[in-house]
Design a protein around this ligand. Structure first.
Ligand code: DAT
Ligand code: MG
Length: 149
């Protein structure tokens, strides 16, 4: 099973989409290992988006991510990184297919509602920014044998 970091971004929290976004991930069959609401600091946002430092959109991205509370989640499942990315839709909501989170609720790249790690290596690094291993709960769900063959 793979793990990935999901962040419900400030615009999604402000717009009251938190519950519906969590539901979509649960509906997909992903297991939530932890869920927490925080106000992201500059330090946390800069660490999360270190690869984008120096790009034109970087200052706006940091100010957006620190502007209002976010919801952090670690989810687990077979191919969780890809499953979450597909459920989110493309980075630019105009390119995201209808039925995806960004494709249903987004219009602009700078207000694209949700973050999901882009690889297993990114997931491990990003989860480590916000959580310790002891924060990630281990439990079984009976339904999993009906979700995964
Ligand atoms: P993703 O969030 O799909 O992984 P990314 O890692 O390439 O996308 O970029 C991180 C965030 O930065 C993205 O969610 C929105 C913002 N961003 C990326 N490219 C941008 C651009 N060309 N203009 C404005 N914002 C951009
Ligand atoms: Mg990314």
């Amino acid at each position: 099973m793979d793990r990935t970091l999901v962040i419900i971004k400030p615009d999604a929290v402000q717009r009251g989409l938190t519950g519906r976004i969590v539901s979509r991930l649960e509906d997909r069959g992903l297991r939530i290992l932890t869920l927490r609401m925080i106000r992201m600091t500059q330090t946390l946002a800069k660490s999360l988006y270190a690869v984008h430092e120096g790009k034109g959109f970087y200052p706006g991205l940091i100010s957006y991510m620190t502007s209002s509370p976010v919801v952090l989640m670690v989810v687990e499942g077979r191919r969780a990184v890809d499953v979450v990315r597909k459920t989110m839709g493309a980075t630019d909501p105009l390119e995201a297919v209808p039925g995806s989170i960004r494709g249903d609720w987004g219009l602009e790249i700078g207000r694209n509602l949700i973050h999901g790690s882009d690889s297993q290596e990114s997931a491990a690094r990003e989860i480590g920014i916000f959580f310790e291993e002891k924060d990630l709960l281990k439990y079984d769900r009976e339904v999993e044998r009906w979700v995964f063959e």
